[in-house]
Design a protein around this ligand. Structure first.
Ligand code: CUA
Length: 345
């Protein structure tokens, strides 16, 4: 029995030795909440470090006292039992009060960020004085992808959230099926996406870049493959993106036009929307500007001909239990569909 326990201990230590450097390295790497790119995420990161500091002090004091007591007051078996301190009122009050005071201090420190993160202020503290511009976005969680709707811009897209740097994004979060959680660690905290209920969050990205997000609430077998990408651009670049997303589908010819017919006849149109065509489905992602995106299927695949072909051929193999069924498409149909989807810039 002892031997077993010893072996198990060694095994655990080995696992820790392998995992610990990985885990610590992960802290510093994007998309870490400790590498914030918005005021909100900075507040959360700051609070994390303060609470970590308090916890470290508590750890050092408690472990220090333990080691000190073990060394200083250890007794030999011949010395008999030590004097008992149970019922010592000063000690009892002391070790009840001390943790309560620590928790009270953490509560007090957390209160201010908690209140200021609840709703976007008229001006970002420490930012420029005029109130920042705002952009309304609806985020809808689906098993297992993200829908992004810009109600004021008539844009609907999937898996990639484009935002202009410096502008406050007012984000309404909903769900089409089960509970998900919208989380872009470098931009803000987690917010649940709940069916039949709208949650709200906001953030103001302070620099351009691509920031990875992930569903943070277990929502079914493909929960791990429910990622998203936030693409923060200079306002001019964002405006160019908006213009492109609002543009109509161009006139198609050749393989692309055949692909459009295949799309309509093979049932794709029942689930997917392509603005300006007969495809008006609302189950799957809006594909009006599919070719302008980098990822699909919640980031499970890149938007390359190989990956899209893999998806069209056998979505159930890429993402088991996804709502997209295997359509038993022929190689020719897949090529036509690829030509069509790639023309949807
Ligand atoms: Cu959606 Cu986990």
């Amino acid at each position: 029995m002892l031997g077993h326990r010893h072996l198990r201990g060694q095994f655990l230590i080995k696992i820790l030795m392998v995992l610990l450097p990985e885990m610590l390295a992960g802290c510093a790497r994007a998309p870490s909440a400790l590498a914030p790119v918005s005021w909100n995420a900075s507040q959360i990161a700051r609070l994390t470090w303060i609470i970590f500091g308090i916890a470290a002090i508590v750890f050092v004091v408690v472990e220090g006292a333990l080691v000190f007591a073990a060394l200083r007051f250890s007794r030999k078996p011949t010395e008999g039992p030590p004097s008992q301190v149970e019922g010592n009122r000063v000690l009892e009050i002391g070790w009840t009060l001390a943790p309560a005071l620590v928790l009270l201090a953490i509560f007090a420190i957390s209160l201010q960020p908690l209140v200021s993160l609840a709703s976007a202020p008229a001006a970002i503290p420490g930012g420029e004085s005029p109130p920042p511009e705002k952009l309304n976005v609806r985020v809808i969680g689906h098993q297992w992808w993200w829908e992004f709707d810009y109600p004021d811009l008539q844009i609907n897209t999937a898996n990639e959230l484009h935002l202009p740097a410096g502008v406050v994004a007012e984000v309404d979060i909903e769900s089409a099926d089960v509970i998900h959680s919208f989380w872009v660690p470098q931009l803000g905290g987690k917010t649940d996406a709940i069916p039949g209920h709208t949650n709200h969050t906001w953030f103001q990205p302070n620099r351009t870049g691509e920031f990875h997000g992930q569903c943070a609430e277990f929502c079914g077998p493909e929960h791990a493959l429910m990622g998203l990408q936030v693409i923060v651009e200079e306002p001019e670049q964002f405006q160019a993106w908006v213009k492109n997303q609002q543009a109509a589908v161009p006139e198609l010819a050749g393989a692309a036009a055949q692909g459009e017919q295949t799309f309509m006849s093979r049932g794709c149109a029942a689930c997917h929307m392509i603005q300006g065509t007969q495809a008006q489905g609302e189950v799957g992602p809006d594909l009006t500007h599919f070719a302008s995106r980098n990822i699909l299927a919640g980031g499970a695949l890149q938007n390359t001909p190989q990956d899209v072909a893999r998806w069209l051929e056998n979505p159930q193999q890429v993402k088991p239990r996804t709502l997209m069924p295997n359509l038993n498409l022929s190689q020719e149909e897949i090529e036509q569909l690829l030509a069509f989807l790639e023309s949807l810039k």
